[in-house]
Design a protein around this ligand. Structure first.
Ligand code: 5GP
Ligand code: ZN
Length: 111
């Protein structure tokens, strides 16, 4: 079975798209943990950072650059980007994604 985020990339599963280009798509999280909670993902299926290859370096950089673009577009100056890598770190969808969280005060350290 194909992964849920690949289906979102192909528009087989509906999502509220915030940003899209040839390599990246960003959409609202189904279960938001902050007033703004967007998932930024590569269109290419890469399971997690631990599974990425050197050829993926550019796309990984683009994920962070997309966070900047989204922040500018939405007029957000303070935000957190989070990547959960591996089950014990909280990863539940095995297609790399950065959570873009904003709109409330964030605690540290994370739980
Ligand atoms: P993880 O737990 O892997 O770091 O994050 C996965 C995120 O994907 C969760 O925050 C979850 O709410 C979100 N998610 C899971 N399935 C869907 C879906 O079908 N659509 C959207 N928009 N978000 C999803
Ligand atoms: Zn995928």
């Amino acid at each position: 079975m194909e992964c849920i985020f690949c289906k979102i990339v192909k528009k087989e599963v509906k999502s509220k798209i915030i940003y899209e280009d040839e390599d990246i798509i960003a959409f609202n999280d189904l279960n938001p943990q902050a007033p703004t909670h967007i998932l930024i993902i590569p269109k290419k299926h890469i399971e997690s950072i631990i599974n990425c290859k050197e050829e993926d370096v550019e796309i990984l950089g683009k994920l962070a650059y997309t966070a900047k673009k989204i922040a500018e577009k939405l007029n957000i100056t303070d935000f957190r980007i989070v990547n959960n890598c591996g089950k014990k770190a909280g990863q539940s969808v095995f297609h790399i994604h950065y959570h873009f969280l904003a709109g409330r005060r964030m605690g540290w350290p994370p739980g």
